[in-house]
Ligand binder design. Structure first.
Ligand SMILES: CC(C)(COP(=O)(O)OP(=O)(O)OC[C@H]1O[C@@H](n2cnc3c(N)ncnc32)[C@H](O)[C@@H]1OP(=O)(O)O)[C@@H](O)C(=O)NCCC(=O)NCCS
Length: 188
């Protein structure tokens, strides 16, 4: 892999770019204070925007490491930050990354995560040289698995009680896509 950090990506409706501290207001309103969004995630709800400001400062600092991949999803029509796609786990030895994502509740079901994820997958496979992109979701959160299927990931199995989120321990449904799968998919 050749780590090049979080660079800006464009899709039809979205700009994917680095977070800045100026995104705290959108992030607090859209993601960090909404329990419909964080139910199946690992972070606690933010009690005030101050926590979101601190989080954004942490994100800004992390971008100094070229192996950090964490995008803000910006809706072009309103210039609002409505979600995130990130690869918080990088497995150097097997040239793999694990991805995760979240979208603000009013924007669910509009194909936004799939649209952003396709751009992130192209970047990771073609620019960074990743061989395997993996993702896992709580068995009780099937919508997340549908996103994975829509972008061409394959289900690999269920790891029993292998994850912990705000609901507690959960059975982890694992998906992946390999660079060879991706190349075949793009070709056909
Ligand atoms: C899971 C989540 C990211 C889905 O995002 P999304 O932008 O709504 O997903 P998309 O619109 O790209 O959906 C892709 C496919 O998934 C399915 N899907 C996703 N959300 C759905 C919903 N609420 N109801 C029914 N189907 C849904 C559809 O089949 C859809 O395909 P289609 O567009 O061809 O109909 C979003 O619900 C979310 O942020 N949830 C909270 C955080 C979370 O659970 N993150 C994942 C942690 S593993």
């Amino acid at each position: 892999m050749r780590h090049i950090g979080t660079n800006t990506l464009e899709t039809e409706r979205l700009t994917l770019r680095r977070f800045t501290v100026d995104d705290a207001e959108d992030m607090y309103r859209n993601l960090c204070s909404d329990n419909r969004v964080n139910k199946f995630l690992t972070w606690d709800l933010h009690k005030s925007i101050d926590e979101t400001i601190e989080l954004m400062k942490t994100f800004e600092k992390r971008y100094e490491n070229p192996a950090r991949y964490c995008w803000a999803i910006v809706l072009k029509e309103s210039n609002e930050v409505i979600g995130t796609i990130a690869a918080p786990t990088v497995k150097e030895r097997i040239e793999a990354v694990e991805i995760t994502y979240a979208i603000a509740f009013p924007f669910w079901g509009k194909g936004i995560t799939a649209e952003g994820l396709k751009a992130v997958m192209a970047y990771l496979f073609k620019e960074v040289g990743v061989n395997r992109i993996e993702a896992g979701h709580d068995l009780n959160n099937p919508n997340s698995g549908k996103v994975m299927e829509k972008v061409g990931m394959q289900k690999e199995g269920v790891l029993r009680q292998a994850g912990r989120n705000n609901q507690g321990l959960f059975d982890l449904v694992m998906y992946s896509i390999l660079r060879s799968d991706y190349n075949n998919r793009v070709r056909n």
